[in-house]
Design a protein around this ligand. Structure first.
Ligand code: NAD
Ligand code: IPM
Ligand code: MN
Length: 355
C-alpha cells in the first residue's frame, strides 16, 4: 500500500476552514484508492506570531523537510503586517525548498458562469507558470535618510540566469505537451530597463529549442486586457513572480470565482517537499462564517496527489469536483449557491463514495 506523510499548515482566517474539507476529501479518495495518508498538523499562524514574535519556530523549516508534501491553507491576518507574516512563513517555505515553479491552472467549469459575456467551458483553459523564488519578490533593499525630506526606499529585483532559464524551460515543456502548444510570456520590457529585456532574450533564445511551440510576448498591461477580452487565446502563460501572481488572480476571476483556483509550489527535482495551497488568501472579511469555498484547496489536494505519483486519486478528486459543480450541488455563495463550507465538503465526499 502506498503511504504518504503530509505536513498540514492551515494558517490564518479561512485557511482553518478550507483545510479540514481538503483533508476530508483526501481521506475519502485515499480510502477508495487503498492509499495511506498521514497528516501532521502545524498550527503556525499570525496567532503564533502574537504569542512568540515568530510565524514559525526557529527550526520550522527543518521540521517540514522530511515530509512528502506540505498542504497549506492561507497566511496573513489583520494585526500582523502582511510583509512580516508572509516573509515569516509562506515565502521562506517556497524558497528553502526551492519550489521555483508555481503552477496555477485556470479553467471554466461546466456549471459556473463566467463574468465575461459568451464564454463557455473550454473557452478558458490555461496554465499560469509563475516564477516562485526570485524576481520582484525580494528582501534586498532598504530605506535611507529615514525621516528626512531625502527619504528614499530601494527595492531590488533579482533575475538569475539559472532562475530565469529553469522556469522558462518548465513552461516550454508544458506547452510542448499540450494540444495547442502555445506559450505566452508576460513582461514589461518597455518600462523595466534591465530585468524584463533580459527575460525576453532568454525566452526568445529558448524558443529555438522548441520549434513546435508557438510563442508570443505581451507587456503585462495589455496582457491583463487581453486575458479579459479573449481568454480563449491563451494556453500556457509564463511570467515572473509578480506578474504571475497578478495573472493568477485575474484568470480565475474570469472563471466565476477566484476561490476554486489551486496553486502548486513545485520543486521539480523532488529534492524537497513541494507545497499545495489555494491561490486565495485568508479572506478576513468572511472568516469564521463557514461560507468559504473549499474548492481551491480541494483542487490543490488533487494536484498534490498527482505530484506524489498517484494519478488515480487526482482523477477521482477532480471528477468529484466536476460533478458537484456541474450538478450545482451544495455550491457556496461565491458560486451563486447557499451552501456552507462543510456542506460542499460533504457533497464531494459523498460523490467520491458513490464512485
Ligand atoms: P483574499 O484572497 O484573502 O480575499 C480576496 C476576496 O476574495 C475577499 O473578498 C474574500 O472574501 C474572497 N475569497 C477569497 N477566498 C475565498 C473563498 N475560498 N471563498 C469565498 N470567497 C473567498 O485576498 P486579500 O484580501 O488580498 O488578502 C487577505 C490576507 O490573505 C492578506 O493577509 C494577504 O496577505 C493574505 N494572502 C495570503 C495568501 C496565501 O497564503 N497564499 C494569498 C493571498 C493573500
Ligand atoms: C499568492 C499570494 C502570495 C504571493 C502573497 C500572500 C505573498 O498572493 O500565493 O498568490 O504573492 O505569492
Ligand atoms: Mn496572489
Amino acid at each position: 500500500m502506498s503511504s504518504y506523510k503530509i505536513a498540514v499548515i492551515p494558517g490564518d482566517g479561512i485557511g482553518k476552514e478550507v483545510i479540514p474539507e481538503g483533508i476530508r476529501v483526501l481521506e475519502a479518495a485515499a480510502a477508495s484508492a487503498g492509499v495511506k495518508l498521514s497528516f501532521t498538523h502545524f498550527d503556525w499562524s499570525c496567532e503564533t506570531y502574537h504569542q512568540t514574535g515568530r510565524m514559525m519556530p526557529v527550526d520550522g523549516l527543518e521540521q517540514l523537510r522530511g515530509f512528502d508534501a506540505i498542504f497549506l491553507g492561507a497566511v496573513g491576518f489583520p494585526g500582523v503586517p502582511d510583509h512580516l507574516s508572509l516573509w515569516g512563513l509562506l515565502l521562506p517555505i517556497r524558497r528553502a525548498f526551492n519550489q521555483y515553479v508555481n503552477l496555477r491552472p485556470v479553467r471554466l467549469f461546466e456549471g459556473l458562469q463566467s463574468p465575461l459575456a459568451n464564454k463557455k467551458p473550454g473557452d478558458i483553459d490555461f496554465y499560469v507558470v509563475r516564477e516562485n523564488v526570485e524576481g520582484e519578490y525580494s528582501a534586498i533593499g532598504g530605506i535611507q535618510y529615514e525621516g528626512t525630506d531625502e527619504e528614499v526606499v530601494l527595492q531590488q529585483s533579482v533575475f538569475t540566469r539559472k532562475g530565469t532559464d529553469r522556469i522558462l524551460r518548465y513552461a516550454f515543456e508544458l506547452a510542448q505537451s499540450r494540444d495547442k502548444k502555445h506559450l505566452s510570456s508576460a513582461t514589461k520590457s518597455n518600462g523595466l530597463f534591465h530585468s524584463m529585456p533580459y527575460w525576453d532574450k532568454r525566452f526568445a533564445d529558448m524558443a529555438e529549442d522548441y520549434p513546435e511551440v508557438k510563442t508570443d510576448q505581451f507587456h503585462i498591461d495589455i496582457f491583463t486586457a487581453n486575458l479579459v477580452r479573449m481568454p480563449e487565446y491563451y494556453d500556457v502563460i509564463v511570467g515572473s513572480n509578480l506578474f504571475g501572481d497578478i495573472l493568477s488572480d485575474l484568470g480565475p476571476a474570469c472563471t466565476g470565482t477566484i476561490a476554486i483556483a489551486p496553486s502548486a509550489n513545485i520543486n521539480p527535482e523532488k529534492e524537497f517537499p513541494s507545497m499545495f495551497e489555494p491561490v486565495h488568501g485568508s479572506a478576513p472579511d468572511i472568516a469564521g462564517q463557514n461560507i468559504a469555498n473549499p474548492l481551491g484547496t480541494v483542487w490543490a489536494a488533487a494536484m498534490m496527489m498527482q505530484h506524489l505519483g498517484n494519478q488515480t486519486m487526482h482523477d477521482q478528486i477532480m471528477a468529484a469536483m466536476e460533478a458537484v459543480i456541474r450538478e450545482g450541488k451544495a455550491l457556496t455563495r461565491d458560486m451563486g449557491g447557499t451552501a456552507s463550507t462543510q456542506e460542499l465538503g460533504q457533497a464531494l465526499v459523498d460523490q467520491i463514495a458513490s464512485g
